[in-house]
Design a protein. Structure first.
Length: 162
């Protein structure tokens, strides 16, 4: 990857809504080169998609997020990829990572209630042949999402008078 591609990616990461024209201005380049670079990064799979960082708590939507650590017995021929493919098919799964440490996989899931998350773990995840154990951690509050700080007046603690 060359320096220009890295610079374009840096701009996309900081503001994926930035226009090609503004990127070209920022990079002191022409729009055609920026556009071609973006297209090449998309075609090669470097850029997988464009998303918005959303503070779900401001939507008035009731939901629960959990981080689930999963210990698995990988299949000899396919390693962790086969079990990861099985897990990523579940609609509840938002993110899935192969990890180092005591657990092999880390899953971020979303459910409507604590019970729904519990049912996902007990009825879907734990039933998979390769899953040996899980540890579920409920996300209580977010301070930073994908590099963006979550700031609001309601996050400030009230001073308690004795």
């Amino acid at each position: 990857m060359d320096k220009f591609e890295i610079a374009v990616l840096s701009l996309v990461r900081s503001d994926s809504r930035m226009s090609v024209k503004d990127m070209a201005t920022a990079l002191k380049s022409d729009e055609a080169k920026v556009k071609m670079t973006l297209e090449n990064l998309e075609k090669s799979g470097v850029i997988l998609g464009y998303t918005a960082v959303v503070d779900e708590s401001k939507l008035g939507k009731d939901y629960v997020e959990a981080l689930i650590e999963v210990k698995v017995a990988p299949k000899s021929a396919k390693g962790f990829d086969e079990i990861a493919a099985d897990i990523e098919r579940f609609d509840e799964v938002r993110s899935l990572y192969l990890m180092s440490g005591a657990y092999d996989l880390c899953i971020i899931i979303e459910g409507k209630t604590l019970r729904e998350v519990a049912m996902f773990v007990s009825e879907k995840l734990s039933c998979l042949d390769s899953v040996l154990s899980t540890a579920t951690h409920f996300i209580l509050k977010k301070y930073k999402i994908d590099g963006t700080s979550v700031e609001s007046a309601e996050n400030e603690r009230l001073v308690v008078q004795p």
